[in-house]
Design a protein. Structure first.
Length: 388
């Protein structure tokens, strides 16, 4: 899965590999109105009882140089502008504007223009995320019983627009609205593969129109790298001809995350999540077990089905050596055609470790390098932000 992380949102495409963003050196980004050292001093001063001055924003410029098993070498550029629609304060959440362009040696291309807005002291949030993606990818089949030998190559082309709005109303309770429209077509197929046979739903030129509602409880202390609090969310979405879609299906998602500090620079993070589709969804809308949205150590498109459930846990430690930190992680999950068919007997587990580099002190923005291995597969991942 191609995954770009920016404060408070995630943009992904179910048919492509993980985004990798590797910064070569601290000098490769610029911040304003202050340098990194000045921001560190401002943050320290902000913790003092009589001080209210908080950094008013920063701009990070990123060369994109990365690798995953799904994408091979990636090159490009990105910028992230942090800004505030309210007077900045310790609890104020930043807004972001984040244009990105990526090209890979496999002739993959991704253009993304994302705007994520937080205002009214963080009580209101909206996002506008258009993107264009043309990525050669791999399809292995449906279910948990596929193998790497089942791989067939195909090239999808997608145009996506994702819109979100939510508002805090009672305590930390946040109801929200969601809409996504996706134009999807396959421009290259393996003539001897399952996709070319026409037996898989979603191989024709397709339009998916997917409105939905959400309900969340959010007490996280940071959107990039939470160290305490929780994130509990349930989502219901529907696709039908009423909304212009070529497919009729429903999508239900439950996502529960918790963060427990274990000391000044260490903490424990955990996630339990499940996704269920019913009706007649296209294959590119199926939830994936592997990749950044799931279990690192399995390539993104290897295991997919109409139902997915997984759990993962991480031990994170910051400041092991200057701005460098590390993590250890493990997880287990399954995919199945329905909830009652889920099982742990498939032994779809992963474990791994990673390195973190603190790029932006004010926003807790980190570069992440992880290596994970599972039951018969493995991979390493470079990206922005924590996994969850």
């Amino acid at each position: 899965m191609l995954d770009f992380r920016f404060p408070g949102f995630r943009v992904s495409s179910e048919a492509v590999g993980i985004c990798l963003v590797l910064l070569s050196s601290p000098a490769a980004f610029a911040q304003d109105p202050a340098t990194t050292e000045e921001l560190d001093e401002e943050l320290a001063a902000a913790a003092a009882p009589d001080t209210v001055e908080i950094p008013k924003g920063s701009t990070v410029f990123l060369p994109v140089i990365g690798y995953t098993p799904d994408t091979s070498l990636m090159l490009g550029a990105a910028a992230i502008r942090f800004f505030y629609l309210d007077e900045p304060g310790p609890e104020t959440r930043p807004s972001t504007f984040s244009p990105t362009f990526i090209y890979t040696i496999k002739s993959q291309i991704m253009v993304f223009m994302g705007t994520d807005l937080n205002w009214d002291e963080g009580r209101s949030h909206a996002g506008i995320f258009p993107n264009y993606i043309k990525f050669p990818d791999q399809y292995y089949g449906i279910g948990r019983d596929v193998t790497l030998d089942d791989q067939e190559d195909y090239t999808p082309e997608q145009i996506n627009l994702e819109l979100k709005y939510d508002r805090e109303i009672l305590g930390h309770l946040r109801p929200g609205l969601y809409y996504r429209v996706q134009r999807h077509r396959l421009i290259k197929l393996d003539p001897d593969g399952e996709l070319a046979s026409g037996s898989v739903n979603g191989t024709d030129n397709s339009l998916v129109s997917l409105p939905g509602i959400s309900l969340a409880w959010d007490t996280r202390d940071n959107l990039w790298a939470p160290s305490r609090g929780s994130w509990l969310q349930v989502i219901a979405r529907t696709s039908s001809s009423t909304f212009g879609s070529d497919y009729s299906f429903n999508q239900f998602i439950a996502d529960f995350r918790g963060y427990i500090p274990l000391g000044e620079n260490s903490m424990l993070a955990g996630q339990l999540t499940g996704t269920k589709l019913d009706g007649d969804p296209p294959f590119f809308s199926f939830p994936l077990l592997g990749g950044e949205e799931g279990l690192r150590g399995y390539r993104a498109g290897l295991f997919r089905d109409k139902t997915r459930a997984l759990g993962r846990v991480e031990y994170r430690r910051d400041r092991i050596l200057g701005r460098f930190g590390g993590v250890m992680f493990a997880g287990i999950g399954d995919v199945a055609p329905s909830v009652d068919k889920l099982t742990l007997a498939g032994n779809l587990w992963t474990a791994g470790f990673g390195v973190r580099y603190l790029l932006d002190e004010a926003e807790r923005l980190k570069i992440r390098l992880d290596f994970g291995w599972g039951n018969g597969d493995s991979g390493f991942y470079l990206t922005l932000g924590e996994a969850f």
